[in-house]
Design a protein around this ligand. Sequence first.
Ligand code: IMP
Ligand code: MG
Length: 175
Amino acid sequence: MLCMLQNLDILIRHDAIQKRVKELAQEIEKNYQGRPLVVVGVLKGAFIFMADLVRHIEMPLACDFLRVSSYNKDRSTGVVRMDFDMTQPIVGKDVLLVEDIVDSGRTLSYLLKHMETKKPSSLKVCSFLYKETGAGMRARVDYIGFDVPDRYVVGYGLDSEGLYRSLPYVGAFKE
Ligand code: IMP
Ligand code: MG
């Protein structure tokens, strides 16, 4: 733990994350007013955020997951590949897509196109983090946990070459 801390600047502390996740859940709950919801998490990055988020949304909801890869050794390849898709149809359902981070926006663009073909009655996006890199996807993200600077961040689900997902805070490697 100590050596991880030495290499990382902590950007968002655990208690700040918990507070914000509760706020997002309340906002989501209010906006859907008891309409049953399908929450779709994008693996692997969203698994911790989604687990915390759904436990604060006090209404009936279903959880599903899909997995895409777009990164190759922490560098965007620009190519998004679907590794596996959801297990339940979403036609006519209110769907909330849950992402760990929107960076270049390529993954999100790909996923929105993919999900729209399945004809949900509504499709909203909740991203734990938003990195402003000029991609202009902000308007398409309905709920944003935190804005982060243009640095590589890890923790609370986000990895670097498969590691650091389990950190309870968000950190950025010291430059
Ligand atoms: P985008 O397609 O460039 O928006 O990137 C989306 C995906 O890349 C996210 O779902 C993450 O898995 C990964 N990613 C982008 N930036 C970071 C970062 O700073 N840390 C960890 N993963 C990242
Ligand atoms: Mg990743």
